[in-house]
Each structure stands twice: as structure tokens, then as C-alpha cells.
Design a protein around this ligand. Sequence first.
Ligand SMILES: [Zn+2]
Length: 243
Amino acid sequence: MKSKRRTSKKDKKTPSPSEEPRPYLHPEYSKAKVIDLDIREIVRLPTGFEHDEWVGSTTLSFFNNINLLYGVLVHDYCNNESCPVMSAPNNVQYNWQDERGKKAKCTAPQYIEYAMTYSERQFKDETVFPTKYGQTFPSDFRSIIQRINRYFFHLLAHIYHSHFLHLTEHDLHRHLNSIFCHFMHFSVEFDLIDTKDTAVLEDLIEIMQLNCQEGSTASAAATDTDSSISGAVDPKRGSSPEQ
Ligand SMILES: [Zn+2]
């Protein structure tokens, strides 16, 4: 069954997970950040804030920061020719699913555009992100936030996998590490991403001491809504041996 999910073309080109170059694991790089604060403390729900409001506004700030960082890579480094698939470490590929649930192969910049467009649409939707006094967050707010954060993780995983050295050329790897550190602490604090999703960067997570909680149910909750919300993802493993 496993071989059906792989293409022979991909197998020829793709190195085994143990052969993948992972410069982001070098201590010189993995320890480099632009901020050195107690991020665990920063992500916690501040007194007086509503839970959904805090989680939503923090997610929006990740959208802006990741968008800004990716803006450096798109065109010159991350284009349809350089990144024909949305790749991540361990030969993982993420495929996009349209609103009707149809899976489609797409390039990394296409996937990222779909993901960011989906996220931006949610942020601008008053029924999802209410801005007026007295309005409430919808009952499916958590699953939408989980989906958006999963997309952000995919994007960060792609950047680490395919563009880390590009960022070092601009001395922006420290920004990437800072965003990732903040993002992971936030995701763990509010149980937004499952360890199944974060497994592709577990070596980096370990080195950066961003260990996730065991037994998270975030992904299962988000997966339940895959067929009803547009932009669902289908993380297809390539030749990952355990799949
Ligand atoms: Zn790329």
C-alpha cells in the first residue's frame, strides 16, 4: 500500500530522510534568535483578555510576520521552478484540497498563496473575527484557528527545509528561529497543533527545547472539519519509512 502513494519519479530525486541536508540543526544557526525573552510567559493568556480574542490576535500577528519573511523568499528563491512541490523535511509533501474536497498537486508558492489567502479571508470575515463590541466568536472558531496554524506550520517547515540557507544570506534566519520559537510555544500552550504535524521538525524542536505536549488532540479536531471547510490539507508522505 505504501508504494502506491509514492511515485517512482520522486523516489529517484528525493534523498532519504537521513541524507537530507539540515543546516538549521547546526548549533551556530539553531541558537540564533533576534529576541531572548521568556516566550513561555509571553504566550500565556494575559489577565483581562478573552481566550478567543488572544488566540485570534496572536495568530494574526504570526500571519503578518510569516508573510513578511516569506516575502523575501518568493520570486527569487521560492517559485514554481525551484519548488515544484510543497516540501518539508523527511520527504513530506503537502497537497492542497479545494472547497469540494478534491486534492490537487500544486507548487510550493501556489500552496502558500492558497493558505495565506484562506487565512486572510478568515481574518477579514466579521463573522469569524468580530471587531465590534458585543459580537461573539463563532462556535467553529477553534477549528478555523487550528487550520490556520497548521498552514503556518507547513509554511515554516517548507522554509526550514528548502530556504534556510537563503535566509542566512540575508541574516534573517534569526528572525525565522524567533518566529518559530514563539509559534511553537503558542501552539503548545493552546493545543493548536498535533505532534503528528510537528514531527517533520521534531529534531529542531528538540534542539530548541520546544517540546510539544504528548497526546494533543488538535489535529484530530481540525481533521474532522476537512471536508466542510475550504482549503483542507492532505499531508502526503513521500518515502517516509514509517508511513
Ligand atoms: Zn520554496
